[in-house]
Design a protein around this ligand. Sequence first.
Ligand SMILES: *Cc1c(COP(=O)(O)O)cnc(C)c1O
Length: 383
Amino acid sequence: MSAVWYPGRAVVDTAAIRGNVETLSAAAGSAQVMAVVKADAYGHGMLASARAALAGGATWLGVAQTAEALALRAAGIVEPRVLTWLYSPGAPLADLLVADVDVSVSARWALDEVVAAARATGRTARVHIKLDTGLGRNGMTRPQLDDLLAPLMRAQADGSVAVVGIWSHLAFADAPDHPTVRGQAQVFADGVAAAERAGARFEVRHLANSAAVLRWPSVHYDMVRPGLALYGLSPIPDQAGSDELGLVPAMTLQAHLATVKPVPAGQGLSYTHQYVTTQDTTVGIVPLGYADGIPRHASGTNARPGGPVQIGGRRLAVAGRVCMDQVVVDLGPDASDTAGDLVTLFGPGTHGEPTAQDWADVCGTISYEIVTRLGAQVPREYV
Ligand SMILES: *Cc1c(COP(=O)(O)O)cnc(C)c1O
């Protein structure tokens, strides 16, 4: 651990991640679990989160970036399969093959580069065909798959690739009973069948993200790919909170009050004074700001409280603009808080503290963004 002192920290409960994987595994039935630990495990810290997920029964790890896949292997995580999926021409594919990382192929150029890397290293590349079944994002379309099947099978025949997987991603898994889910599953099944007719024999077919693990058993196939739910956050907050889903939020974001001081009625707080005290009161300075990942959209006005915080057992809110490295809270006229007192910005919610979902609601965004955007300089402490 770095010894750099910082006035805030994210405490990450690795037992919660392990338990969440167990819960998701149970929901996934016989399907394997790929723990998606991209984006530094949604801000929770990739290595510690990956180890917790593996302890909970995940057998695969998934990351978007090639550097993340290499970092997992470099850290000594050698046993589980690792899949990486987002790269552009010139990516270090040879390094990935040497590190025994599975690679996704979404386009002809990617197949060509994978084959070249396999020949250069003497390795057989383990390839997952990424199909765009309707999300309209990365992946080959169904007609592109038809064009790529012959080159894929030729590359398999000459030993440069092993086509081990086929996969896709859903656009509306979080909407209750959305017709596109069935439609995408149909295109997926059709793509799988076409590839099998061409000679592919898949180890894993995978389609389900967190929401689909919990809500769409019909698309679990051989493996599911939860991300957000590993960290205990609900992928379907409008339908069910974390607790209803049996998930425990793993991250608690804390700081300590830097200053507490009395201010008179009529005092504007923070830039542009969009919050003005209505009585003689006490304010507290919380030393975290947008440089740390606190969204500026969590700023508060008198009419609309900002991001919620818990101080001394009370639920309070950001007053005025979120600054680069601090926010202000109106502690009220009779506050007995002092500098150094603990501020909890969000946590599991079990002790009355706000949750990442509460922050997402205030900011008009999703909990994914609240935890993922947390600055790299904010220390992660593992318990
Ligand atoms: C991020 C991601 C996931 C995980 O999604 P969650 O909604 O966080 O469960 C799964 N598959 C792909 C392709 C992804 O990009």
